[in-house]
Design a protein around this ligand. Structure first.
Ligand code: FES
Length: 161
């Protein structure tokens, strides 16, 4: 006999909010190409265009989570293709630190994703968004919340950023 496990209604209806920081020169153009090529991907992503992934201050990512994002995507030029030479390498180093920091806060590492997507990779952009939405739907809503004093609730404690 097959046992069906009932999912709570909130879990079934859950639509993740994802903030995507996309580099102007590659990934933003890739997202644009996905749109003009009619590549299907979920509408859960809200895009913030930045000139280069190296420009993304970790505080921006933390603030996205702080104000309710369930996931954050950082996408930029492939290695060696950054228009500011080494911006994407700086972004990669910051990503590693952020990932560790978020893990210590009890966040699953799949909630923060770094991808290299070029201007000609509209299909790849759609694939990344589809995968990320599926992953976060499985994880459920972000465990973070904002306290009345502007801190972040982590389990029973609170931290300030
Ligand atoms: S210009 Fe795209 S990552 Fe730097």
């Amino acid at each position: 006999m097959v046992k069906v496990q009932e999912m709570p209604k909130e879990a079934i209806d859950f639509e993740p909010k994802i903030i995507g920081f996309l580099c102007n020169w590659c990934s933003y153009a890739g997202a644009d190409l996905a749109g003009t090529s009619r590549v299907q991907y979920p509408t859960n992503i809200r895009i913030v265009r930045v000139m280069c992934t190296g420009r993304i201050d970790p505080q921006l990512v933390l603030n996205a989570f702080r104000y309710g994002a369930d996931g954050v995507l950082i996408a930029g030029c492939h290695e060696g293709d950054c228009h500011y030479i080494g911006g994407n390498y700086r972004a990669y180093r910051k990503y590693l630190l952020l990932r560790e920091f978020l893990r210590k806060m009890g966040m699953h590492e799949k909630r923060l994703r770094l991808e290299w997507v070029s201007a000609s990779e509209g299909e790849q952009f759609g694939k990344v968004v589809r995968e990320m939405v599926d992953d976060i739907k499985e994880l459920g809503p972000s465990p973070l919340g904002i306290t009345a004093t502007g801190g972040i609730v982590v389990d029973e404690g609170e931290i300030k950023i």
